[in-house]
Design a protein around this ligand. Structure first.
Ligand code: CP
Ligand code: NVA
Length: 305
């Protein structure tokens, strides 16, 4: 049996809709255990802070009948120089699944390469695939079909937008990205997404005009301007991204029934105002709750392979 990992959202491209539907099913039967998870253990290495990802993964394992171990690298031998390769071989001899929130994407790839059990990327500098399952569950709940909807991302061209542009292209949603010219997303992700979009009949557009990005949008999405690990760029980013704040004025360009999304944590008053985050259009807490149900879907999917 070949083990499956979730390092990039593209790893689950063919099964993405099935996993989203599985998440929606878990939501309807919250305390249902899974024979695939009962008695299994998940190791969770977190190099960076987390509220949603940690709590959703730990709770998902518990509710499904397994258990989870939170592993802080500074308490592990990894923090004293044990290599990622050796850590991976040791942990996969004892655990059934490993999640890793890392500063470096290369380390997540390495952990997966040397592990004999599935590895989940719990966010790195390039992607946040777990968040995509919860986000698209939320869109399915609020908007139904993905195909033909307009998804607008406004803000920093970061790890979130890399995963979002790929997922929109995979699901046939048109995505319009509004970022300042000096904070555009990684071009290699845009190219990959454009190629997929050609196959699914959707579009990927980039602009440095926030009003244009959200024109007639069904979904407006933003994320923090300063991601974890980028603290040195705070002053520059907060200045450059100011015109990209999602506020009452900007959202006037969207469709009346648009939904506002954010992976959270939100920095209110910066990338989004209270008025938008707490508006009737905002689905941020539904989106956050869906992290639990989507975590279950990801775990069961990977353990069933
Ligand atoms: N959205 C998200 O991953 O949140 P945390 O950083 O709290 O896990
Ligand atoms: N872009 C953010 C997402 C946090 C969930 C970060 O990497 O810090």
């Amino acid at each position: 049996m070949i083990k499956k990992d979730l390092v990039s959202i593209l790893d689950i491209r063919n099964d993405f809709s099935e996993i989203v539907n599985m998440g929606l099913k878990f939501k309807r039967s919250r305390y249902q255990t899974s024979p695939l998870v009962e008695g299994r253990s998940m190791g969770m290495i977190f190099e960076k802070s987390s509220t949603r990802t940690r709590v959703s993964l730990e709770t998902a394992m518990y509710q499904l009948g397994g258990n989870a171990l939170y592993l802080n690298p500074s308490d592990m031998q990894m923090g004293r120089g044990e290599t990622v390769e050796d850590t991976s071989r040791v942990l996969s001899g004892m655990l059934d699944i490993i999640t890793y929130r890392a500063f470096s994407h290369e380390n997540v790839v390495k952990l997966a390469k040397y592990s004999s059990v599935p590895v989940i990327n719990a966010l790195d500098n390039q992607e946040h695939p777990l968040q995509m399952i919860a986000d698209f569950m939320t869109i399915a709940e609020k908007k139904g079909e993905f195909q033909g909807k307009k998804f607008s991302y406004v803000g920093d061209g970061n790890n979130m937008v890399n995963s979002l542009v790929l997922t929109c292209a995979m699901t046939g949603m048109d995505i319009s990205i509004g970022t300042p010219k000096n904070h555009m997303p990684d071009q290699s992700f845009i190219e990959k997404a454009k190629k997929i979009a050609r196959e699914t009949g959707s579009t990927v557009t980039l602009t440095d005009k926030p009003g244009e990005a959200v024109e007639s949008a069904d979904i407006i999405y933003t994320d923090v301007w300063v991601s974890m690990g980028e603290e040195k760029q705070r002053e520059e980013k907060e200045k450059d991204l100011r015109p990209f704040q999602v506020n009452s004025e900007l959202v006037k360009n969207a469709k009346k029934d648009y939904i506002f999304m954010h992976c959270l944590p939100a920095h209110r008053g910066l990338e989004v105002t209270d008025e938008v985050a707490d508006s009737i259009n905002s689905v941020i807490f539904q989106e956050a709750e869906n992290r639990l149900h989507s975590a279950k879907a990801a775990i069961v999917y990977l353990l069933s392979n």
